[in-house]
Design a protein around this ligand. Sequence first.
Ligand code: GDP
Ligand code: MG
Length: 251
Amino acid sequence: MTSYSVAVVGALGSGKSALTVKYITRRFIMEYDPTLEDVYSKTESVEGHDLTVNLMDTYHPHMVSTTTSNSSSEDYLRWAGAIIVVYSITSRSSFAVAKSYLELISQFARESSRPDIPVALVGNKVDLERYRTVSRHAGQELAAEYDCHFYETSAAEDYGSVEVVFHELIKDIARLTDQNVVIQPLYISEPATQTTVSNSNGNSHAPLKRTKSPKSADYFRVSSKKDEAKVLPRRQVSTFKLFNKSFKIFN
Ligand code: GDP
Ligand code: MG
């Protein structure tokens, strides 16, 4: 089964964990461990295709600006097939952090072999409209500036507004994968490289690099070693004992 990897980044408290858990379980977790960082998996059907989605819920306590570039906390960039950048519509500072993430991601995209990495900017907590401090227009403008998707969601309300974000990114990754196979048939005849890529990312999407430069070879080899060491074991939905014990689950 094809698998897709999506990382969720954003300021502390913006709702990364709540959105991740909402997508995985369709439930809203109200109390949480803010330092939680883990990879979850969900198998589902998108437009008739059965697939596995691997989701990395991140925790970067020191992410305040692009000056953190090259820190080990950016392994998500190498791991992810697509990235969700979350802010809270009730927090200007989380919006500023989101901008920093978008800048970091676009810098990574320019410098790496993945110029088209799909990104969605997500303004979360729309159920708290009365506390809104970031306008929808400001979100749309920022998304336009970085040429990425834009959504407003609530992890506390309907599942559909959350699901659509993940599904759009999955479709984007699928489109890029297909495109790569069609445009770059040469890649198929390089089994050693392709196997490395597949293992390193834990998914089957091919890299977007059109040529096999030494840089791309290094990139994926390094990524392979790092990911094995850094990425935590996947936790299936059925093993949410942690949450059953210490979280209130709604819905
Ligand atoms: P993280 O640090 O980005 O992972 O943020 P969390 O997912 O842990 O959420 C931080 C706080 O915001 C928690 O108390 C959540 O219950 C709350 N929260 C998250 N998403 C929403 C939302 O969409 N609406 C409301 N009202 N609260 C939310
Ligand atoms: Mg969290």
